[in-house]
Design a protein around this ligand. Structure first.
Ligand code: BJW
Ligand code: ZN
Length: 241
């Protein structure tokens, strides 16, 4: 658990920072009851990632992939932001310059009220046409299988970045700029295993940022960051205010 001294140090750095950049992962939504990807209760546990979250998997068996996403949309539709999501909204309100980068596709940061967000891996509440590429909001739960585009009749897919796919260039550029220009970076609930998100922490550090990590367990970052705060996101993030 984070000590009072550690929390004081974190608050002091945040209070004097001109620019604050946050990177979140599945751990922040775990406190809302959303399963994480890895670990004992991870989403991958009963499925092989390469069976579901790749373009090849979708080509091979779009029905199976859509079933998995439908299942996740059903879970997410019942979830709401927790104290950590809300605390980040308050942090943004009082910061001079604030950028929230999330790997999560669940939309909970937006629901909480965060404004300046880069969604690195897309949005589960959007679908994209594999033919005409149109992207549309879709909150249907369940979604008809297989869903087709109203414009051109093409097969729709989740608007999500799968393994082996490039991230949106603008979103990645904005994120790199945000980490390279911040005074303080706070990383919440990510295993730090997936690239290119995993290179954002070293990029911030290389540009002189004070990096704070909040995680239930140690990660590859823990020994390198300036401050590693161990605990649940919903307990620790509000204490940064
Ligand atoms: C708590 C908590 C609580 C729990 N409080 N904490 C370089 C080296 C090696 C490999 C690569 C590389 N560059 C690229 C790759 C390949 C690949 C990759 O990184 N593979 C690794 C697995 C090795 N990357 C890619 O393929 C990326 N694309 C790419 O690089 O393209 C290049 C290209 C360029 C040009 C043309 C074409 C291609 C794309 C990556 C997309 C990742 N997408 C996923 C799945 C999306 C599907 C979906 O959501 O439906 O995104 S993977 C999955 O992992 C998901 C997550 O956003 C992402 C990160 O996971 P996260 O958030 O860290 O979750 P967990 O579960 O891993 O960790 C949770 C953490 O929370 C844990 O630490 C817990 O302890 C903690 N925790 N409860 C606080 N209450
Ligand atoms: Zn279309």
């Amino acid at each position: 658990m984070a000590t009072d001294d550690q929390l004081l140090l974190a608050r002091t750095h945040l209070a004097s920072a001109r620019r604050v950049t946050i990177l979140t992962g599945a751990g922040i939504s775990a406190d809302s009851g959303v399963p994480t990807f890895r670990g004992t209760d991870g989403l991958w546990r009963n499925f092989r990632a390469e069976d579901l979250a790749t373009p090849d998997a979708f080509e091979r068996d779009p029905h199976l992939v859509w079933e998995w996403y439908n299942w996740r949309r059903e879970i997410l539709a019942t979830k709401t932001p927790n104290d950590a999501h809300h605390a980040l909204v308050r942090l943004e309100e009082r910061a001079n310059d604030f950028h929230l980068i999330t790997q999560n596709v669940d939309g909970l940061h937006r629901l909480a009220g965060s404004q300046n967000i880069s969604e690195l891996h897309g949005d589960i509440w959007k679908v994209r046409c594999t033919s005409c590429r149109v992207v549309i909001d879709n909150r249907d739960v369940p979604l008809a299988l297989l869903p087709h585009c109203h414009t051109c009749g093409g097969l729709l897919r989740p608007h999500i970045v799968w393994f082996g796919e490039a991230l949106d260039e603008q979103v990645l550029t904005d994120s790199v700029r945000a980490v390279e220009s911040c005074d303080v970076m706070v990383i919440v609930g990510t295993s730090g295993l997936v690239y290119p998100a995993a290179m954002l922490m070293p990029a911030a550090q290389a540009h002189g940022a004070f990096v704070i990590e909040i995680n239930l367990d140690p990660t590859p970052y823990s020994s390198d960051v300036a401050l590693s705060l161990q605990g649940r996101a919903k307990d620790i993030v509000p204490l940064l205010l």
